[in-house]
Design a protein around this ligand. Structure first.
Ligand code: FE2
Length: 192
């Protein structure tokens, strides 16, 4: 699915489907976590249509990036980012080993899982895509209702790809326009 733009081989697609299935199995009945990972993977796919990056590494990391949450909650009583970064890598590594993932690919995915809350650790295009795809999902319940200036400031400070920044502006500043429209009863000016 969605492979018209993001080109992966049949084998790679089968691998990604296995990673997705393993993620869903690991999260079990926690549908909220599953939905979040799937939403992040959809944004990652969209970003991959604008950004040259390894789609297999990127999409597998999108499925697995939050895989440390259950262990973080069990061991530390918290899903805080730093605990996810500690607990996620062994879980991701075990899932990828079971799927016979090639070592270099597995370690690059695990590295993203283990750093995905640390902006200073962003060291690859694939990681940048995960960072922005995660933000596009996580900002959805947070940004609508804020002022345009606040939204602009958050996006400029957080987004790390041009495509991600533009997508976020398109989503969240449009939301601001419709919010204003609701408040004032006026339609915003339609620009060419
Ligand atoms: Fe996430």
């Amino acid at each position: 699915m969605f492979n018209l733009i993001v080109k992966v081989s049949t084998e790679e697609d089968a691998f990604l489907e296995s990673v997705r299935a393993a993620m869903e199995e690991y999260f079990g009945d926690d549908q909220r976590r599953i939905d979040h990972a799937l939403q992040v993977s959809l944004y990652a796919r969209e970003l991959l249509s604008y950004i040259d990056a390894d789609p297999v590494q990127t999409l597998a990391a999108a499925y697995l990036h939050d895989i440390g949450i259950p262990e973080a909650e069990r061991v530390h009583g918290s899903s805080a980012g730093n605990f996810q970064e500690i607990e996620g890598p062994p879980v991701a590594a075990e899932i990828l080993a079971k799927l016979n993932t090639e070592d270099v690919l597995a370690s690059s995915i695990v590295k993203i899982v283990g750093n995905h809350h640390t902006s200073g650790a962003i060291d690859s295009t694939e990681f940048r895509i995960i960072w922005d795809a995660d933000a596009l999902v996580n900002f959805a319940p947070v940004l609508p209702g804020k002022s345009e200036a606040q939204i602009e400031s958050v996006l400029q400070g957080h987004m790390v790809t041009e495509a991600g920044y533009r997508m976020a502006r398109n989503i969240f500043l449009k939301d601001t326009e419709s919010h204003k429209q609701c408040l004032t009863g006026h339609r915003p000016a339609i620009l060419p």
